[in-house]
Design a protein. Structure first.
Length: 230
């Protein structure tokens, strides 16, 4: 796991949250990539890999450290995905109103979930989500913390401090590119010759299927020549 995730896990536990209820991702590296995924297309085609995810990132603006931690709840944008975000600039923190977004008829609808939300905050969260989805498409790792059950963790919790954690790592495979359509179809094919062949039956026996013509002559005719090598 990354130092930024470790830091935010402790901070989240200190506020009474349970960091083990979701998978954690660090997209700080995606902030510096030259290619920024198209917001609308990425949001329409992507979804969170787990029902509860934490996404953190860190960057610099005007020589000040900017950090964001998002808690993403839900993984079906057709129903709704709710995002809670916290921003940390230097020593100051700001909790944003929750954002809910849906995909309806190919359109993105985003609004405050429990109150009004500024358009700048909406756009920031949506763009960070798009960066996260784009990073996931390239592959990566997610981390889930689990509380250690030893005496040290119990003593820390008794003092009001975050416990110690073990980490479970999950590797995210890169998205496979969609193969180009080769022109095939499940519709009735043109008339063509089907060669005789051996067919294996469900009971294990075999039988010979005679050559025949199949397809629809109104859609055209396919002629095949076969070369037999000695």
């Amino acid at each position: 796991m990354t130092p930024l995730i470790r830091e935010w896990v402790k901070a989240y536990a200190m506020t009474g949250g349970d960091p083990s209820e979701g998978m954690w991702f660090d997209i700080s590296g995606a902030l510096h990539r030259a290619e920024v995924p198209a917001l609308t297309l990425t949001m329409q085609e992507s979804r969170p890999p787990f029902k509860h995810c934490f996404v953190v990132c860190q960057g610099k603006k005007e020589n000040a450290s900017h950090e964001v931690m998002m808690f993403v709840m839900g993984n079906d944008p057709a129903e709704a995905i709710v995002v809670s975000a916290r921003i940390r600039i230097g020593d100051k923190q700001r909790q944003l109103p929750k954002l809910m977004y849906q995909i309806r008829d190919g359109e993105i609808f985003a609004e405050g979930y429990e109150g009004e939300m500024s358009n700048d905050d909406k756009q920031m969260i949506l763009r960070l989500l798009a960066l996260w989805y784009g990073a996931l498409a390239q592959g990566g790792e997610g981390y889930r913390p689990t509380v250690k059950t030893g005496l040290t963790s119990q003593r820390l919790q008794a003092k009001g401090k975050p416990p110690l954690f073990d980490w479970h790592t999950v590797k995210i495979e890169p998205s496979k590119p969609k193969s180009a359509h080769q022109g095939g179809t499940h519709a009735t094919p043109r008339l063509h010759d089907r060669r005789g062949h051996i067919r294996r039956l469900p009971n294990g026996k075999t039988c010979w299927v005679k050559p025949c013509k199949v397809g629809d002559a109104s859609k055209g005719v396919v002629f095949k020549d076969y070369e037999v090598r000695a």
